[in-house]
Design a binder for this molecule. Structure first.
Ligand SMILES: [Fe+2]
Length: 315
């Protein structure tokens, strides 16, 4: 029996789709729209810790070009990919299959590529569009995340600049906001019991944007411990709250545990899954405590917490 057979699956959960309307990129929202989106984000992140974002304004052709470039990178011969081996101090580079796990002992069929800035991405003749596509994509994600963080600040009763004021250093060495590409190759016909595409974990930072294809398999755990499917909704971004946001919101927002299963029949389909993730982290020096830890623990900085968590996951 493989990991897709979860014992506590509750497929009745309905994660809301939030229509950003004029809060999407390239538009100017009025006061009523700010209030609506603020309210809907508050409700979604307090109940689920996640939501879909529709009408986000990140251009479809921008995402499509980056998606195609991602596949081209992962299709390079292994020796070429290994030239860009992950550097845990720089938090950038290629993570090969089986060399990372955030969930302990589970077997995971995933390879990844991380970069905080586009110049950290690979240069190969087969992937001429990767850097330019990532550049424009990062710009869009940064701008959209600023709008979402303004709405989240308002939803916490704060000034709209509240969260932005602790995310000022994105794009520099003083902040570890990261773009990550995940490639899940076609599933072999026989795989060991308990194999996942990505094991259960929580994200560490403020928010994550997940751009997933139509393959499916992503699941989120609710506060009672039941898992529910995050079925791909075309044209949307999936928004997840991270541990810093849970801590910083006084535990109002939840950083949900999530994983990527192997959907039923995937071996027969023989398709790869690709997701592109934008992990928003506060500036390195900001203090935090991981949620659920006793308040007597000495706080650590965001940089200490996130880099040690990522280093611990490398095998
Ligand atoms: Fe995650």
């Amino acid at each position: 029996m493989k990991s897709r057979m979860s014992s506590k699956l509750s497929s009745t959960k309905k994660v809301p789709v939030i229509d950003l309307g004029h809060l999407g990129l390239g538009q100017e929202p009025g006061q009523e729209e700010w209030q609506r989106v603020t309210r809907e984000l508050y409700n979604a992140l307090t109940e689920f810790g996640c939501s879909y974002l529709a009408n986000h304004g990140v251009p479809d052709d921008q995402w499509r070009l980056l998606y195609d470039s991602t596949i081209a990178f992962f299709n390079l011969e292994q020796g070429k990919k290994d030239r860009y081996a992950f550097d845990a101090d720089k938090l950038s580079g290629y993570i090969g299959m089986g060399s990372e796990s955030y969930s302990g002992s589970t077997r995971e069929l995933c390879e990844g590529l991380l970069a905080r800035r586009t110049e950290q991405l690979p240069d190969e003749p087969e992937i001429p569009s990767l850097k330019p596509a990532a550049e424009s994509f990062l710009k869009s994600c940064k701008e959209l995340s600023e709008r979402i963080m303004a709405a989240l600040s308002l939803s916490l009763g704060k000034d709209p600049e509240h969260l932005l004021s602790i995310h000022k250093e994105r794009g520099t060495d003083k902040n570890i906001t990261t773009l990550r590409f995940n490639h899940y190759p076609p599933v072999p016909s026989t795989i060991p019991e308990g194999t996942f595409r990505f094991g259960a974990h929580r994200d560490f930072g403020t928010i994550t944007f997940i751009f997933q294809d139509d393959c499916g398999g992503l699941q989120v755990q609710d506060s009672e411990g039941s898992w529910f499917d995050v079925t791909p909704v075309p044209g949307t971004i999936f928004l997840l709250a991270g541990e810093f946001l849970q801590f910083h919101s006084g535990e109002k927002f939840l950083a949900p545990t999530h994983k990527v299963l192997i959907p039923a029949g995937e071996e027969a389909r023989g398709t790869a899954r690709v997701s592109i993730l934008y992990f928003v982290a506060p500036d390195n020096h900001i203090p935090m405590r991981p949620p659920g830890n006793p308040s007597t623990d000495t706080p650590m900085t965001v940089q200490e917490y996130i880099t040690s968590s990522i280093k611990n996951a490398q095998k």
